[in-house]
Design a protein around this ligand. Structure first.
Ligand SMILES: C=CC1=C(C)c2cc3[nH]c(cc4nc(cc5[nH]c(cc1n2)c(C)c5CCC(=O)O)C(CCC(=O)O)=C4C)c(C)c3C=C
Ligand SMILES: [Fe+2]
Ligand SMILES: [Fe+2]
Length: 358
């Protein structure tokens, strides 16, 4: 029997577009593949109303604050949204990208998307890469609809979080699924799984440590891998985030040949009265200085891009805490961002997850 090889899937889809449509049939575009990078989010400006809009969207997400609405909303609207926009706005002002009038998170995410577009090529006009924010602009629904309108009937969504948490990864996937509810012709969707133990990521982190240490004129006695925290209660209810963070650092130790006193795990960015994952970064930094340590480095493996939490809270505040408590040299190791190492991670993962689609 003479079996004809199947044409590549996308060629078949391109063929479909060539079929002459009956008169009055709506114009349909199909056959393309989209990649959507999604980062956490960011306010449009640092003054009260943009900050409040952003924080309201973020802190109304029941994946982020799991308290019952009847308890949380009076606190959110009565206290948090009165005070936090001012305080956080001032913190954002310190790190704001004034040239582009936007936060570093937005600048870096856009650049990652632009560089990935170049690295992947457009597969003869069939591949489109774009980016969105879970909170604020550009929104996930707008970008998904734009990709679909451009003919993407397969979309790979990439939540930019190496370690899975319901507070981050799941809430991106929630919005993606909700957006599909309104679509008559839904694109096929894939989401990128967590990559906290992927060798390409762990090796890139280790290399970034080595490169940074080479650039210093002092040698840190210890290096903290500081991850954004989550409330302890979320971990106890089954969020795997803590385990993912511990594994990333353990694998980094293996690559770098460092022990637990040289490369430590800590958690930052507490919010509200609950107990969060420990040890806390700020308390650890202070204690190390009080114990007589003079030189330390801190890095943030859980953040794909530098942002408020790394630039202001770690490079700024944690550095001050260390020096005020008697430390001498504090250095922040930048996130992988859109560096060659960072882009190699994103490019490798996207190519793998697109398998069979292009
Ligand atoms: C209960 C509150 C919060 C949880 C849980 C939480 C989890 C979480 N967040 C990130 C990453 C980022 N968070 C950022 C800012 C930020 N986070 C919270 C609260 C929770 N985060 C707030 C209120 C804010 C806003 C800033 C502030 O007012 O302090 C950012 C920075 C965004 C930027 O534009 O720079 C990131 C990134 C992770 C990874 C995570 C759980 C794993
Ligand atoms: Fe956060
Ligand atoms: Fe913070």
């Amino acid at each position: 029997m003479n079996v004809q090889p199947t044409a590549p899937i996308l060629d078949q889809a391109a063929e479909f577009q060539k079929v002459r449509l009956p008169e009055g049939h709506p114009d349909v575009k199909a056959g393309k593949v989209g990649v959507l990078l999604v980062n956490l989010g960011t306010p449009d400006a640092t003054d009260y109303w943009p900050m409040r809009r952003y924080l309201r969207e973020f802190l109304s997400d029941k994946r982020v604050i799991e308290w019952p609405k009847a308890i949380w909303y009076p606190i959110l609207y009565g206290i948090v949204l009165m005070t936090r926009p001012g305080k956080s706005g001032k913190a954002y002002e310190e790190i704001w990208n004034n040239e582009k009038n936007e936060s570093p998170l937005r600048t870096i995410t856009r650049s990652q998307s632009d560089k990935l577009t170049e690295m992947l090529g457009d597969a003869n006009g069939r591949l489109k890469v774009d980016w969105a924010m879970r909170y604020g602009q550009p929104s996930i629904p707008d970008k998904l609809k734009a990709l679909k309108d451009a003919g993407c009937d397969r979309i790979l969504v990439f939540p930019l979080y190496p370690q899975y948490s319901a507070t981050t990864t799941a809430t991106v996937n929630d919005v993606v699924c909700k957006t599909l509810l309104d679509m008559r012709w839904q694109p096929a969707i894939r989401t990128v799984p967590p990559y906290h133990d992927d060798p390409i990521y762990v090796n890139a982190l280790a290399k970034s440590v080595e490169r940074h240490l080479e650039s210093l004129d002092f040698e840190p006695e210890t290096i903290l891998t500081s991850y954004h925290g989550i409330p302890q209660s979320y971990f106890k209810r089954g969020d795997p985030y803590h385990c993912h963070c511990m594994k990333t650092t353990r694998l980094m130790r293996e690559v770098l040949g460092m022990d637990e006193t040289k490369l430590r795990t800590t958690f930052q960015s507490r919010f509200g009265p609950e107990e969060w994952l420990q040890p806390y970064t700020d308390k650890t930094v202070e204690q190390l200085a009080k114990d007589g340590m003079k030189n330390i480095a801190v890095m943030n493996p859980g953040f794909v891009s530098d942002c408020l939490e790394t630039l202001e809270e770690i490079a700024g505040e944690a550095g001050e805490i260390f020096e005020e408590a008697g430390g001498e040299n504090f250095t922040h190791i930048p996130c992988l961002n859109d560096s060659d190492l960072g882009m190699d991670v994103l490019n490798t993962i996207v190519r793998r997850e697109l398998g069979g689609w292009i």
